[in-house]
Design a protein around this ligand. Structure first.
Ligand SMILES: NC(=O)c1ccc[n+]([C@@H]2O[C@H](COP(=O)([O-])OP(=O)(O)OC[C@H]3O[C@@H](n4cnc5c(N)ncnc54)[C@H](OP(=O)(O)O)[C@@H]3O)[C@@H](O)[C@H]2O)c1
Length: 246
């Protein structure tokens, strides 16, 4: 039987890298995005494509209603929806903060709720992986909104992992530093900015979405069958070590 994975934010940089890796590991794909044209630009007409906005409870439910009608039952969820809203707390507009919470936290809550409901109804085991950020684990300037949203996401991951462990549903997250994707385009818009960004990591560099995708594929796979409730940093040591100053 083909293993089926559902990717949200599938037209984004990480979503596309992940789709490529999952395909190479013989997963069937269900690709979710808010915009049919963006999905089409990334994948043509390949795979099952669903246009939905999972930042609302109804949008997330619609994904699984459509899958039920098509008799498709994913057992893996990779939630790649999110954005990076930067700006000092006192200058952040309420609308931008809400957008950050909706994209990074509420979407995760609603999508995981709909996914676990689907698995429980079908009596299937499964696995979900989310994308946090190094900014949830270490204080970095001007990251208040995204740090709050991603820290909430990490709490969601641990609690849901506990709730659903007995149903063999695993829930984990990865926590990257800056990745070379459209979400970080403004931060990496000149050679100088790239150089400065790269230097802040103990292991210097800008993260490649394919590296993060490799870790996500492993977390979804049966090789990680006893891994749940974890947040895996993939940030060149940024959130956890201080190297010697030279
Ligand atoms: N890039 C980085 O430096 C970095 C660092 C740490 C964590 N992350 C996280 O990594 C994940 C993947 O992001 P990415 O780097 O691949 O960025 P990306 O290329 O911008 O993709 C993000 C996807 O999220 C969806 N999205 C963005 N804003 C949204 C909103 N307001 N409401 C609903 N959907 C929205 C978009 O999907 P549609 O196609 O549906 O519009 C987009 O395809 C995100 O959770 C991000 O927070 C990224």
């Amino acid at each position: 039987m083909t293993k089926i994975a559902l990717i949200t934010g599938a037209s984004g940089g990480l979503g596309q890298a992940l789709a490529k890796k999952l395909l190479s590991e013989q997963w069937g794909l269900i690709l979710v995005g808010r915009d049919a044209a963006r999905l089409n630009a990334a994948y043509g007409v390949a795979h099952t494509q669903i246009v939905a906005d999972c930042t609302t409870a109804d949008g997330a439910k619609q994904i699984f209603e459509q899958l039920q009608s098509a008799n498709l039952a994913p057992t893996a969820l990779a939630h790649c929806v999110g954005n990076i809203k930067l700006g000092a707390l006192h200058r952040m507009q309420a609308a931008d903060f809400m957008d950050c919470m909706q994209a990074n936290l509420f979407s995760a809550f609603y999508t995981l709720a709909a996914f676990t409901q689907h698995l429980k109804q079908a009596q299937l085991a499964g696995s979900a992986v989310f994308v946090s950020s190094a900014a949830a684990q270490i204080g970095t300037p001007n990251h208040e909104a995204v740090a709050a949203a991603k820290a909430g996401l990490e709490g969601l991951v641990r609690s849901a992992a506990a709730t659903y462990a007995s149903a063999s549903i695993r829930v984990n997250a990865v926590a990257p530093g800056i990745l070379d994707t459209p979400a970080a385009a403004k931060l990496l818009s000149s050679e100088l900015m790239r150089e400065v960004a790269a230097k802040q990591y103990p292991i210097a560099g800008i993260g490649a979405p394919s590296e993060v995708a490799d870790l996500m594929v492993w977390l979804l796979s049966s090789a990680a069958a006893r891994v749940t409730g974890q947040v895996w940093s993939i940030d060149g040591g940024f959130a956890s070590i201080r190297p010697l100053v030279r």
